[in-house]
Each structure stands twice: as C-alpha cells, then as structure tokens.
Write a protein that binds this ligand. Structure first.
Ligand code: G1P
Length: 291
C-alpha cells in the first residue's frame, strides 16, 4: 500500500504545568531538563527520527522559550565558534536538525487536548500527522516509539495510537481502550473512553502520548463537545473516528516515563543518568552510598 508520508508532527504544549510550580512560573514545563536536554528535545528528536520534517508547536504566549530553543542563537553560537568550542557549538546548533522546520500555533484558551489538536488543523492541512505529548518520555535502545508507529501506519493505512498496560487503579488518568487482536503488538481499536474510574474501565490498556492520525480527525474534533473534565477530548473524537475508519492500537517497544508527575520525572532523571556513558558509573556509586 502506498500511503502519504507522515511529514508533520504536532506538539500540544500550551498547558500551564501547574504540577511543577513554581519551577514552571517562567519556564515552560516542556523546557525542564532530563539531565542536559529539555523534555521537548526528546520529543522533537523522536519525531525527526520517525521521518518528520515539520514540527508544529501548539502553544501559548508564555512559551516562547520553546521556539527559541529550536532557533539559532547567534550571540552564543558566534562566541562558541570564536572560542573553538566546536563540540558545544554542534550541540547548540543540533537542537533542530538541518532541513527541519518549526511553526508555532497559538491555543488561546485551555479547552483540552482535542481543542489543542484542532488549533493545528491549518498548519497540518489534509494529510496524516503525528502527535507527541512530550510529558510522556519514551526511551528506546533502537527505534523510537513514533518510528515504530509509522511502520504500523504504513502497513494498515489507518490511524495508530500507542498503548500500554497500566495498574488498574490508574485508569482514571488515561484514555482507556478495548481492542480485538490483529497482529503481534498491534490490536484493532474497538472502543475508547477518557479517564474512566477503575470500576467503569473496559480494560487497563491505556493510551500514552503518541498518536498518528488521519486528517478526518479535524472534521470530527470541530464537532466534538466538551467531555471528561469539561474539556474537548481527543479521545472522544477518536471514538467518533471509529465510526468512519479503522484505528489501531500499538503496544510500543520501549520504556515510558510519566514526566508530567514529579515521581516520573525523578525516575526518568535517575534511569537516564544510569544509562549515560559518562554519568552512569558515578551515579550508580552515589545511589549505592545513599541506600
Ligand atoms: C492525555 C489524553 C489521555 C492520554 C494521556 C497520555 O491526558 O487525554 O487520553 O491517556 O494524555 O498521557 P492528559 O495526561 O493530558 O490529562
């Protein structure tokens, strides 16, 4: 099957990051670093690794640091060049790989994830696209989560959402799916519901922050009213999409950290430090001393 390529990936980043205040008073939560890279950088690298050539940030006016992070920093760069610090210069310039574009689209009101995605409709246009929620950091030895999903999209020609099992008592934090078997790691979506109480959840298979969506979703989002939490939910539009097209769920390879929570953020920091070639051994020693 010859499918349109996934060229654009959207990052809904207009949230206020209240769980990390006061750190996020002046700094967008997506700019908080895990070791030496802000969360948004991990997401951008994953998108580019999946073949994206355009990054679309759905943002608000206090998030300029995100655009700046992916733009040239002339003063800093010329200083590093003058000082012959070529490696550091490459790091600074490499935040956005050559040939990759970025665009920022404002979300003026915090009306939910579905509303954020709808704000990006014009920037994406009539083509399939990716969505990455950078709070969900997904780490792999091999191919990134979105790249794995692109393969499923190419095989099925349909929308794909990443899922993983969560403890049953956590269903109220996620979109929860019920599925039927398709192939290894891939299941056909049968139903999806946003943040059900454990007693009402159809399973403990949760949507994590990676989606590949056909542009039909925009039309459906435009007609989606408020749902769980009084917000316009992407989950509700995906439930509607099921009446028009098949949607697949993909059990990704890799490890997800919920960096929207303090504990997940600390866990990601520790585990990525332990996996780092330079930091790994001293951090392991440090942890031994502490335990
Ligand atoms: C959003 C989605 C939810 C999904 C989650 C993944 O919720 O609405 O369906 O399971 O992301 O992180 P949020 O975490 O923004 O409340």
């Amino acid at each position: 099957m010859r499918m349109p390529r996934i060229r654009k990936v959207m990052f809904p980043v207009a949230g206020l990051g209240t769980r990390f205040l006061p750190a996020t008073k002046a700094v967008p939560k997506e700019m908080l670093p895990i070791i030496d890279r802000p969360l948004i950088q991990y997401g951008a690298d994953e998108a580019v690794g999946a073949g994206a050539s355009a990054l679309v940030f759905i943002t608000n006016s206090s998030k300029q640091a995100i655009s700046q992070h992916f733009s040239a920093a002339f003063e800093l760069e010329s200083r590093l060049a003058q000082d012959g610090k070529d490696d550091t210069l490459a790091l600074v310039r490499g935040t956005l790989a050559e040939g990759i574009s970025q665009a920022a689209v404002p979300q003026h009101q915090a009306l939910g994830l579905g509303h954020a995605v709808l704000c990006g409709a014009d920037a994406i246009g009539p083509e399939p696209f990716g969505v990455i929620l950078p709070d969900d950091l997904i780490v792999n030895d091999g191919r990134g989560c979105l790249e794995q999903m692109v393969e499923v999209y190419e095989q099925t020609g349909a929308s794909v959402i990443a899922v993983e099992e969560v403890p049953p008592e956590h269903t109220h934090r996620y979109g929860i799916v019920s599925t039927s078997p398709h192939s290894e790691r891939v299941e056909k979506l049968e139903a999806i519901v946003e943040k059900p109480a454990p007693a009402d959840a159809p399973s403990n298979l949760a949507v994590v922050g990676r989606y590949l969506l056909t542009p039909k979703i925009f039309e459906l989002l435009a007609a989606t009213g408020t749902g769980a939490g009084g917000e316009i939910q992407l989950t509700d539009a995906i439930a509607e999409l099921l009446h028009h097209e098949p949607v697949y769920c993909y059990r990704f390879e890799g490890k997800r950290y919920d960096c929207g929570s303090k504990l997940g953020f600390v866990q990601a920091t520790i585990e990525l430090a332990l996996a780092d070639p330079e930091l790994g051994s001293p951090v392991a020693d440090l942890l031994k001393q502490l335990s």
